[in-house]
Unconditional design. Structure first.
Length: 374
């Protein structure tokens, strides 16, 4: 693997993330117009399915290349947008001069070589920006992981159920859950021992996150944050996951009718009040899944309001897993096709590419001839 191929794969990953964000935004808009707008768990599974489709794109691309090499596609078939654009230009459907089209068509290749070869000011600036942001993000992630581990190590092991360890500590105000390789942890403020109802709600909430698989997703997405720190599509999808998993968790707990809606909402408000009393300084940062995010600000307040309103609203029956799977399939197909289409031309000197080079050379020769005459 060369530096060019790695950077090209990075560009493709970012393009696919943008596609996934657009598809999810469209899906969320449509779902909000139906009774499925209250189906928190279904929407959470849907966005998880979209993210899994994004993660599977390298395998889809590899299978597509193997199929092409095996001759399963026609000799002239290509799903690449760049190859399609070249064919359209050669057929006269794009009104540009040959040299202008070639410059545009080769812009990604030139940009890649500038960044990987550090051969221009722009390439150096982009390389430094990506490398610096990744290093800062990785350092922040390791610091946060160390802080989470420190809270757990200095806490008191109160209960243990199989691989689940419940830890009490005075270092936090907001309950959270996290996991290691073999153990899962629920970390609670010691003050909750004097509030039996809040203690039960907090434990039930974090156990539900474990059932939903939220801990693994949180760790995986936080591990990817240093790589895609600048990408608004990744930031948007991560925020959507954070919000949907809380809405889904609330709905699933209340659906069991173990707690009253009023008691559950009061618990959230008390935890938020305690956190704000310490100016939000005693909440452990990611990678962890807290009972609520207490970072403050209008967005956090609006989301807490949405959670309360969702719990007070009439709950519709959750759709079956078959409905969720049926919704995921078209999105996965669109993401797979988008990933294949975003690839550059696989045949660097295909017949169309040779024809474009010939046309460009003839244009330049004609320009030189005119310049010599005049």
């Amino acid at each position: 693997m060369t530096a060019d191929s790695i950077f090209n794969a990075y560009i493709d990953a970012n393009l696919v993330l943008f596609l996934a964000a657009v598809l999810w935004a469209a899906a969320r808009f449509v779902l909000n117009q139906t009774w499925l707008r209250r189906a928190g768990l279904m929407q959470l599974h849907l966005i998880y399915g979209i993210l899994l489709a994004v993660a599977a794109t390298p395998l889809v691309i590899a299978l597509h290349h193997l199929a092409a090499q095996a001759g399963l596609w026609g000799a002239g078939y290509s799903a690449s947008i760049s190859d399609f654009a070249l064919a359209q230009f050669l057929n006269g459907r794009i009104g540009m001069s040959p040299s202008q089209f070639e410059a545009l068509w080769m812009s990604r290749l030139v940009f890649t070589q500038d960044v990987t070869g550090l051969s221009s000011v722009l390439g150096i600036a982009v390389a430094l920006f990506l490398a610096g942001g990744a290093l800062i993000g990785a350092g922040r992630l390791m610091r946060n992981a160390w802080q989470v581990g420190l809270v757990i190590r200095r806490g008191y092991l109160w209960r243990r159920f199989g691989t689940v360890h419940i830890v009490l500590t005075d270092r936090i105000d907001v309950p959270f859950s996290t996991r290691g390789l073999t153990r899962r942890y629920i970390v609670l403020p010691s003050a909750l021992l004097s509030q039996a109802d809040d203690l039960r709600i907090a434990i039930a909430h974090e156990l539900q996150h474990m059932r939903q698989g939220d801990l693994g997703w949180e760790i995986a997405l936080e591990a990817l944050r240093p790589v895609f720190f600048w990408n608004p599509a990744f930031i948007y999808l991560k925020r959507e996951v954070d919000e949907l998993r809380e809405l889904a968790c609330d709905q699933q707990i209340l659906a069991r009718r173990q707690f009253g809606v009023r008691d559950y909402c009061d618990c959230l408000l008390r935890v938020c009040q305690n956190a704000l009393g310490h100016r939000g300084l005693r909440q452990v940062a990611a990678p962890s899944v807290p009972l609520l995010r207490s970072g403050g600000g209008r967005r956090a307040a609006e989301f807490l309001k949405r959670r309360v309103v969702a719990m007070l609203s009439h709950r519709q029956p959750a759709p079956s897993r078959w409905v969720t799977a049926a919704l995921i399939l078209p999105f996965a197909a669109a993401i797979g096709f988008g990933a294949i289409s975003s690839q550059g031309s696989q045949a660097d000197w295909s017949q169309d590419r040779l024809m474009l080079s010939t046309i460009v050379n003839l244009e330049r020769l004609d320009q030189r001839t005119l310049a010599t005459r005049y």
